[in-house]
Design a protein around this ligand. Sequence first.
Ligand code: PLP
Length: 377
Amino acid sequence: MIYFDNAATTAPRAEVRAVVDEVLREDWGNPSSLHRKGLAAERRLEDARARIAARYGVKPKTLIFTSCATESNNTVIRGMLRGRKRPNIVVSPIEHSSIFELAKVLEQESVEVRWLPVDGAGRVAPSDVAARVDRDTALVCVMHVNNELGTVQPIREIGQILRQNQQRARFLVDGVQGFGKLPLRLDQEPIDFYTASGHKIHAPKGIGLLYVREGVSLPPLLVGGGQERGLRPGTENVAFACGMAKALELMLDEKNEVAQLCDFMRGKLAEREGVRINSPSEACSPYILNIGVREIKAEILLHYLEQENIYVSTGSACTGGAPSHVLQAVSIPKEFRDGCIRLSFHTDTTREEMVRFLDAFDRSVARIRSIIGKGVR
Ligand code: PLP
C-alpha cells in the first residue's frame, strides 16, 4: 500500500499505540478523582501537557486538551464573540471548513465577516489584514499551513501588525497541518490562540489541542465541570493526550527526508504533460503537494490509483460535488479545476513509493484519457 493521504489522517504509530494501551491498562482513573487512581491519571495527563508545552516553549497551563481541532477552533471563535454588541471577524477564505463554514453560519447570525483576499498561492498579505481590522474586530483567523495546497501563511507578520495596530483584535492560528511538522515556538510568536489535532501526527483521532496565550481570557464552549481550567469541561481523554505527546516527540526528534522527497516528486510531476503544480513553489509545507491534471476528473483518477493500492485525496476538492472553496479562492485554470488531487506525505514516505506512484499515475492518466478520447493538449 502507498498512503499519500496523510493530511486527512495518519496511521497511529506503534510507539503511540503502546503508550495509549499502557495508560488504558494502568492509569485509567478519572484525573479529577481525589484518590490514588485519580492522582495517577492526573499525573499522566499533566506529564503529557508539560511535554507538549516544552516543545512549543510555553507554560503547560496555556494548553487545553479538546476532542479535536474542530472543537478547538469553534471554542475560540464562539468564545471571542460572546457578549459583544456588533463584532466583526477577519477570516481568510482558505481556512479549513471548521472555520470557513462556521464563519458562514456566523454571517447568518448577523456577525460581520470580513473576508481577506489571497494571491494565486492562497497567501494572505499582512497589509490586507491591517486594512480590515478596527475596534470592533474580535478575532483574526489565518491558518498556519493550508490543508489543500500546503501554503504557509505569514503568521508572524500578521501577528506583529495586529500588535502594532493596538486594536486589540485577537489572533487565531489553525495549526493543524503545521503541528509537529514546521518549527514554531509559540512563546516567540504574536499569536493568541493556536489549535492542533492528534490524528494528523500519528496519534489517534479524538484528541485535539488549544493553546491560549497567558493573560488572554476565553469563555468555554461547553458548560460542565471545571476540567482544563474550566475551558473544556468533560473528563479528559488521558490515554490519547499521552499518545499525542508521544507522537509529537517522535515527529520532532526523528530526522526525515520529506523536504527532499517532496521536491523530487514536484520536479517529476512538473515534467509531465498536462500536469499543473497547484502548491506554491515557495513557503509551502513539504508534506502537501497539490496538482491539477488537465481535463481529467480527480475522483476517477483517485479510484484508478486505488485499484493499485495507492491512496490519495481530491483534497477537500469536492465536497458533495461542490468545488473546493480553497481551489476556487486561488483561481485554478478551468481545464485543471476538476482534476486536482492532493498528495500528502509523512515522515516515513520513501522515494521508492514515489517512483511507484509516478508509474501508476502515468498508467492511470493514460487509461482515463484513452477512454474519454482526449490526448493532452
Ligand atoms: N484544520 C485543518 C487545517 C485541518 O486540516 C483539519 C483536518 O483536516 C482540521 C482543522 C480539523 O481537525 P479535526 O479532524 O481534529 O477536527
